[in-house]
Design a protein around this ligand. Structure first.
Ligand code: NAI
Length: 281
């Protein structure tokens, strides 16, 4: 008995890295998997069918069921193509993991418009487009289903040289919260994963050169499985983070704050004077 027996799962960007590990695990747990990947370079340039096909071959060789799709998540036509592949092959959809991503790191002063637009297009717009196309199908099927988005510590806390990526990933957080609220009535949970793992996206970071080999995509995939399976229950709108053997949650907190006399506005000077009390959590 697998946790995803009889389910159909779409995983975007599943031709390598974390998405590949998720696809292999989902298939082992009984899901029929759509392995989507444009097969480009880390910065999103180029493309080939080879990456997605290879993962489909791995799944099939292990006795699982999978089909490849090579559409870009960053266009509405691509999102429609991904849904069409799932329906043509398997007739329904149950789980979507929005995992596809690219990197174009530059400090803010050097970042150009193209580097901004391309990163936001794949991560943030791609998450919106594929989610919307899939949710329309989930609702047409009578409701129920699970969406797993992929955010990042960069989006939650910020990171040097990643204003484009961090903005896209923080946007995915806001999108996740709102979609979770809106889709509750259709019994669709929407959560996000914040992974850290050694992949081609991160392998040149100093932390991954210092022997942190335990930070693998295989450490991340079970958390995606949790959020994509019935084990997740009715939990929705959460950010589950995995870094190697550590699992934790990111939460936005609101401080208790401080009230002035009934109806009175705070002056800028008063905010400065009471900063610690206002911001204390
Ligand atoms: P990766 O580069 O191995 O995987 C990303 C995949 O997305 C690639 O196979 C790529 O071809 C595919 N892709 C890119 N643009 C696409 C498009 N338009 N349509 C369809 N597929 C496309 O990198 P990794 O590390 O596996 O990243 C997976 C996700 O996890 C990304 O969203 C990334 O931002 C996120 N993440 C990864 C972290 C890490 O430590 N590796 C940290 C935080 C977040």
């Amino acid at each position: 008995m697998g946790l995803l027996d009889g389910k159909v799962a779409i995983i975007t960007g599943a031709g390598g890295g974390i998405g590949r590990a998720e696809a292999l695990l989902f298939a082992r747990e009984g899901a029929k998997v759509v392995v989507n990947d444009v097969g480009g370079a880390r910065d999103g340039t180029g493309g080939s069918d080879a990456m997605a096909r290879k993962v489909v071959d791995e799944i099939t060789a292990a006795g699982g069921v999978a089909v490849a799709n090579f559409d870009s998540v960053a266009t509405a036509a691509g999102a429609a193509g991904i849904v069409k592949t799932a329906l043509d092959a398997f007739g329904r959809i149950d789980v979507l993991v929005n995992n596809a991503g690219i990197l174009r790191d530059k400090t803010l002063l050097k970042l150009d418009e193209e580097q901004w637009d391309s990163v936001v297009a794949v991560h943030l717009k791609g998450t919106f487009l594929v989610t919307q196309a899939v949710v329309k199908q989930l609702v047409a099927q009578g409701g129920g289903g699970r969406i797993v988005n992929t955010t990042s510590v960069s989006g939650m806390l910020g990171n040097f040289g990643q204003s484009n990526y961090a903005a896209a990933k923080a946007g995915i957080y806001g999108f996740t919260r709102t979609a979770a609220i809106e889709l509750q009535k259709h019994r669709i949970t929407v959560n996000a994963l914040a992974p850290v793992a050694k992949t081609r996206m991160t392998e040149d970071l100093p932390m991954f050169q210092a022997g942190m080999e335990s930070l693998t995509p295989e450490h991340i995939a079970p958390a995606a499985l949790f959020l994509g399976s019935e084990l997740c229950g009715d939990r929705t709108g959460h950010v589950l983070a995995v870094t190697g053997s550590q699992v934790f949650a990111y939460k936005v907190v609101q401080s208790a704050g401080k009230f002035k006399d009934e109806g009175a506005a705070w002056t800028a000077q008063e905010i400065a004077d009471h900063w610690d009390a206002i911001t204390k959590v």
